[in-house]
Ligand binder design. Structure first.
Ligand code: HEC
Ligand code: HEC
Ligand code: HEC
Ligand code: HEC
Ligand code: HEC
Ligand code: HEC
Ligand code: HEC
Ligand code: HEC
Length: 410
C-alpha cells in the first residue's frame, strides 16, 4: 500500500513541477482574480520557477464548488522535496511545540480558540502538527490552518533570506516569558549585527541556534533553565525544590506522572552527555570569534548566576508550600502541597500570582539574559524584580498567618 502511495505521489510531483503545467496553471488564473497579492507573493519565491500551486495543494479542488477539497500542506508535503531540513526540524524542539501545550493539564481548562485556534498559545505553538486527523481532541476543529515551515519562511514567498534574519524569530521569541528578541537586539551582539548586516561581524540567533543551517533547535538549559546534570549540592537542592514546584517531583522527592510529560515534551535535558553536547554546539560557534578562555569565563559566570536565580526562586516556592501545608491556602483535590507552577495564572491567591510572575516573567528574564549577554534585562527586569517578588511573598506570608490564625477547612 505504502509503496503504491509513494509511487503515486512521485508521479504527481513530476506533473506538478513540470514547466508545461506551470505555464497553464488554471489555479493561478482563477486565484489571481480572487487574491492577486497572494499569487504575486508566490511568484516572488524561487519555487514558482519550477512548480505550480498543485505541488502543495493537490489537484482535487478545481473551481468554486469544491474548495473543501483543496489540500493544506503539512511538514510531510515539504519533506517530499526537502528531506534534510524536515528531518532536522523534526528532531528538534520546534516540532514539539504543539505537544508541549497538549500535554499540559492546564491548557485543557482554557478556551479552545485560544489554545487551538491561533488566538493564544498555539498562535506561536503551531508546531509539529503532522496530521490533523491523528489528534483525538475537541480542539481539532480549530486546528485547520497553521503549519511549521512557514513560521520562518512565510508563505507564499518561502524565502531563505527572510529566514536568515533574526526578525524571523521575533514573532514568537519576544515578550513576557521569552524576551530573547528584546535581549538580543539590545545586546552588544545584536547592535553590532543590526548596525551592519552586510559585515556580519557579530552573531544572530541563527548562527548560535541553527549553525550550518541545521534546522534542529535545542539548547542545554532550555525554557525551564535547568541543569539536572549539575554536581553542585546547592544547585541540586534548589533544583529539587523547583521540580517539586513544577509538580514533577512529589513532596517526598519521587517522580510524579508529570515526569512523563517532561520526557515526552523534551522539556529538560536529562543526562550529562546530551546537556554537554548541546552546550558544545553553541560554544563552538562563539570560538569562531572569541578565545576559548573568554567563552568559558562567560558561560561559567552565566551558570553561576543561574544558581543565584534558582536560590531566590526556591526560597519563594518553599514559603508558598508552607502556606499550603499549614492550611492557609486550600490545596485542591489531586494536588500536592507544593505550588502548582504549571497551572500558570490559574491560581486562587495573590501570593501564588506573585510566585507565578516570579517564575514566568522575572526568573525567565533573569537567567535568559545572562546567556544572551544583556545585563539590563538580567538585572532590572530579572534579578531585581525577583527580589521584590520575594519581599512581597514574605509580607503576604506574615499577613496571612497573622489574620487567619485558624487554618482553612479542607
Ligand atoms: C475557478 C476558480 C478556481 C480555480 C480554477 C481554482 N481555485 Fe482554488 N479556490 C477558489 C475559491 C473560490 C476558493 C475559496 C477562496 C476564497 O474564498 O477566496 C479557493 C480556495 C483555495 C484554497 C484555500 C483553501 C482553504 O481551505 O482555505 C487553496 C489552497 C486553493 N484554492 C488552491 C487551488 C489550486 C491548487 C488550484 C488548482 C488545482 C485551484 N485552487 C484552482 C477558486 C478556484
Ligand atoms: C510550496 C508549497 C506551496 C505552494 C506551491 C503553494 N502554496 Fe498555498 N499554502 C501553502 C502553505 C504552507 C499554506 C498555509 C497552510 C496552513 O497554514 O495550514 C498555504 C495556504 C494557502 C491558502 C489559504 C491561506 C491564505 O492565506 O489564504 C491559499 C488560498 C493558497 N495557499 C493558495 C495558493 C495558490 C493559489 C498557489 C499557487 C499560486 C499556492 N497556494 C501555492 C503552501 C503552498
Ligand atoms: C515539488 C518539490 C518541492 C516541494 C513540495 C517543496 N519544495 Fe521548496 N524548493 C523546491 C525546489 C526545487 C527549490 C529550489 C532549490 C534551489 O534552487 O536550490 C526549493 C526551494 C525552497 C526554499 C529556498 C528558497 C530560497 O529563497 O532560496 C525554501 C525555504 C523552501 N523551498 C521551502 C519549502 C517549504 C516550506 C515547502 C512546503 C510548504 C516546500 N519548500 C515544498 C522544491 C520543493
Ligand atoms: C512560530 C513561533 C516561533 C518562531 C517563528 C521561532 N520559534 Fe523558536 N520556539 C518556539 C516555541 C513555541 C518553542 C518551544 C517549543 C517546545 O519545545 O515546546 C521554541 C523553541 C526554540 C528553541 C529551543 C529552546 C530549548 O528549549 O532548548 C530554540 C533554540 C529556538 N526556538 C530558536 C529559534 C530561532 C533561532 C528562531 C528563528 C530563526 C525561532 N526559534 C523561531 C516558537 C518559535
Ligand atoms: C508569543 C508566542 C507564544 C505564545 C502566545 C505562547 N508561547 Fe509558549 N513558548 C513560546 C516560545 C518562543 C517558547 C520557547 C521559549 C524558550 O525556550 O525560552 C515557548 C515555550 C513554552 C513551553 C516550554 C516548552 C519546552 O519544551 O521547553 C511551554 C510548556 C509553553 N510554551 C506553553 C505555553 C502555553 C500553555 C501558552 C498559552 C497560555 C503559551 N505557551 C503561549 C512562544 C509562545
Ligand atoms: C526556525 C526557523 C525556520 C523554520 C521553522 C524552518 N526553517 Fe528552513 N531555513 C531557516 C534558515 C535560517 C535557513 C538558512 C540556513 C542557512 O543556509 O544557513 C533555512 C533554509 C531552508 C532551505 C534552503 C536550504 C538551502 O541551503 O538552500 C530550505 C529548503 C528550507 N529551509 C526548508 C524548510 C522546511 C521544509 C521547513 C519545515 C520542516 C523549514 N525550512 C522550517 C529557518 C527555518
Ligand atoms: C551568541 C550566541 C547567541 C545568540 C546570537 C542568540 N542566542 Fe539564544 N542562547 C544562547 C546560549 C548560549 C543559550 C543558553 C544555552 C545553553 O544552556 O547552553 C541560549 C538559549 C536560548 C534559548 C533557551 C532559553 C534561554 O533563553 O535560555 C532560546 C529559546 C534562545 N536562546 C533563542 C534565541 C533567539 C530567538 C535569539 C535571537 C533573537 C537568540 N537566541 C540569540 C546563545 C545565543
Ligand atoms: C560572528 C562573531 C561572534 C560570535 C559567533 C560571537 N561573538 Fe561575542 N562578540 C562579537 C563582537 C563583534 C562583540 C563586540 C565586541 C565588543 O564588545 O567590543 C562581541 C561581544 C561579546 C561579549 C561582550 C559583551 C559586552 O557586553 O561587552 C561577550 C561576553 C561575548 N561576545 C560572548 C560571546 C559568546 C558566549 C558567544 C557564543 C555563545 C559569542 N560571543 C559569539 C562577535 C561574536
Amino acid at each position: 500500500m505504502k509503496k503504491y502511495f509513494v509511487a503515486f505521489m512521485m508521479i504527481g510531483l513530476v506533473l506538478a513541477v513540470s514547466p508545461a503545467w506551470a505555464k497553464m496553471s488554471e489555479c493561478e488564473e482563477c486565484h489571481a482574480k480572487l487574491s492577486p497579492e497572494l499569487v504575486k507573493d508566490f511568484n516572488r519565491g524561487v519555487m514558482s520557477k519550477t512548480m505550480t500551486c498543485k505541488a502543495c495543494h493537490g489537484s482535487s479542488h478545481q473551481g468554486n464548488d469544491d474548495v473543501d477539497k483543496a489540500k493544506l500542506p503539512t511538514i510531510a508535503t515539504c519533506q517530499m522535496c526537502h528531506n534534510e531540513q524536515a528531518e532536522q526540524y523534526l528532531a528538534g524542539k520546534h516540532a514539539k511545540g504543539l505537544l508541549a501545550i497538549e500535554v499540559l493539564p492546564f491548557t485543557h481548562g482554557q478556551p479552545q480558540p485560544y489554545i487551538a485556534g491561533q488566538k493564544g498559545c498555539n498562535g506561536c505553538h503551531t508546531m509539529g502538527l503532522v496530521d490533523a486527523k491523528s489528534r483525538d481532541t475537541e480542539w481539532r476543529k480549530y486546528y485547520k490552518y497553521g503549519m511549521d515551515c512557514q513560521n520562518c519562511h512565510t508563505r507564499h514567498a518561502f524565502s531563505k533570506a527572510e529566514a536568515l534574519e533574526p526578525e524571523a524569530c521575533m514573532t514568537c521569541h519576544e515578550g513576557f516569558d521569552h524576551a530573547q528578541w528584546e535581549m538580543y537586539s539590545s545586546s552588544k551582539h545584536g547592535v553590532a549585527y543590526l548596525l551592519n548586516r552586510e559585515a556580519h561581524r557579530a552573531p544572530k540567533c541563527q548562527d548560535c541556534h541553527m549553525p550550518g543551517g541545521d534546522h534542529r533547535v535545542r539548547t542545554a538549559v532550555g525554557f525551564l533553565g535547568l541543569d539536572l546534570t549539575s554536581q553542585d549540592p546547592e544547585m541540586q537542592k534548589y533544583q529539587g525544590i523547583i521540580l517539586k514546584g513544577l509538580g514533577v517531583l512529589d513532596a517526598e522527592g519521587n517522580p510524579t506522572a508529570l515526569m512523563d510529560v517532561v520526557k515526552a515534551g523534551d522539556l529538560a535535558r536529562l543526562d550529562a552527555e546530551t546537556f554537554n553536547a548541546e552546550r558544545k554546539r553553541i560554544t563552538d560557534t562563539c570560538r569562531q570569534c572569541h578565545s576559548g578562555n573568554f567563552v568559558d569565563q562567560n558561560m561559567k559566570n552565566a551558570d553561576a548566576q543561574l544558581k543565584e536565580v534558582n536560590k531566590v526562586f526556591a526560597e519563594a516556592i518553599e514559603i508558598v508550600a508552607g502556606l499550603r501545608r499549614d492550611g492557609y491556602i486550600k490545596v485542591k483535590e489531586g494536588e500536592g502541597v507544593y505550588p502548582q507552577l504549571l497551572q500558570f495564572y490559574e491560581v486562587d491567591t495573590e501570593v501564588e500570582q506573585i510566585l507565578y510572575e516570579m517564575f514566568m516573567d522575572h526568573r525567565m528574564k533573569a537567567f535568559q539574559a545572562t546567556y544572551h549577554l544583556n545585563p539590563d534585562y538580567a538585572t532590572w527586569y530579572g534579578y531585581a524584580k525577583m527580589k521584590k517578588d520575594l519581599v512581597e511573598i514574605k509580607e503576604l506570608d506574615h499577613a496571612m498567618r497573622a489574620s487567619h490564625p485558624a487554618k482553612v477547612e479542607s
